[in-house]
Write a protein that binds this ligand. Structure first.
Ligand code: R1P
Length: 275
């Protein structure tokens, strides 16, 4: 199953009713009545990377508005918007549909000085910076039917899939632009200041974005394997003499230029029978 992703909306407190097992089960059961397909891989498409959907044969598509309880994808929401609490709901629905592996792609700003625009970074770990201030999608009552109260995150990104992606990437001739690194999520929607970029660089962050991490936490909480890629769409500005200014058009443009290779890598790792 493949969906576009929503962005992180900080400072929400999930309530039992908004993310309840029963709500998720009702949605998953509804989807299962609409198709005979039984997905084992869930793919979340980042900004400018929706073309992944075209790779799928025998598609069955649903409008979000037709799926019971499903959050609408409207991009960034303001910090105070209570609807933001629903961004991770699709992970739990994936789980209840039988999905075992979640693949997440995103666009991100490069902080690693060796990165170039167009590099694809295999995410090996993340920093949930908003989490330091209590913004974690698992805040609130825990339903053990999804997972434990205190899930481990030291193995958040599946190492076998990372290794496979490196090998497949080499075979596909991606050696020059396939990297690995640490992704840091910020709340957005504003891009970072120069001082913030410098701080993130000092912290060992390789790429910065505004998504993915909450989905990863919820996916791992309920026991799915996670593989994630960042497309480096711009280089984060760390120099006060630089004239560069991050903007979303540039992000989408870079996405288009590398989308095909990104899609091929995802399909070779997650859907090998289709590539
Ligand atoms: O949506 P993803 O792919 O993460 O893309 C990134 O690009 C957008 C900013 O241009 C933000 O949404 C940021 O998170």
């Amino acid at each position: 199953m493949l969906i576009p992703h929503a962005n992180l909306c900080p400072f929400f407190v999930p309530t039992p009713s908004s993310l309840s097992y029963e709500d998720c089960k009702a949605t998953a059961d509804w989807l299962l009545t609409q198709t005979d397909m039984r997905p084992t891989v869930g793919i979340v498409c980042g900004s400018g990377l929706g073309g992944l959907a075209d790779l799928l044969k025998d598609q069955v598509a649903f409008n979000y508005k037709d799926i019971p309880n499903f959050p609408q994808s409207t991009g960034h929401r303001p910090l105070s918007d209570p609807e933001g609490k629903l961004i991770t709901l699709p992970m739990r629905i994936f789980k209840l549909l039988g999905v075992q592996t979640v693949v997440i792609t995103n666009a991100a700003g490069g902080l690693n000085q060796d990165f170039k625009v167009g590099d694809i970074m295999i995410i090996k770990d993340h920093i949930n910076l908003p989490g330091f201030a209590g913004n974690n999608p698992l805040v609130g009552p825990n339903d053990e039917r999804f997972g434990v109260r205190f899930p481990c995150m030291s193995d958040a990104y599946d190492r076998d899939l990372q290794q496979l992606a490196m090998e497949v990437g080499q075979e596909l001739g991606y050696g020059d632009f396939l990297k690995e690194g640490v992704y840091c999520v910020l709340g957005g929607p504003s891009f970072e200041t120069i001082a913030e970029c410098r701080m993130l660089h000092l912290l060992g962050v390789d790429a910065v974005g505004m998504s993915t991490v909450h989905e990863v936490i919820v996916a791992r909480h309920c026991g799915m394997r996670v593989f994630a890629l960042s497309l480096i769409t711009n280089l984060a500005v760390t120099d006060y003499d630089s004239e560069e200014k991050a903007n979303h058009e540039e992000v989408l443009q870079a996405g288009k230029q590398r989308a095909e290779q990104m899609e091929r890598l995802v399909s070779s790792v997650a859907l090998p029978e289709r590539s």
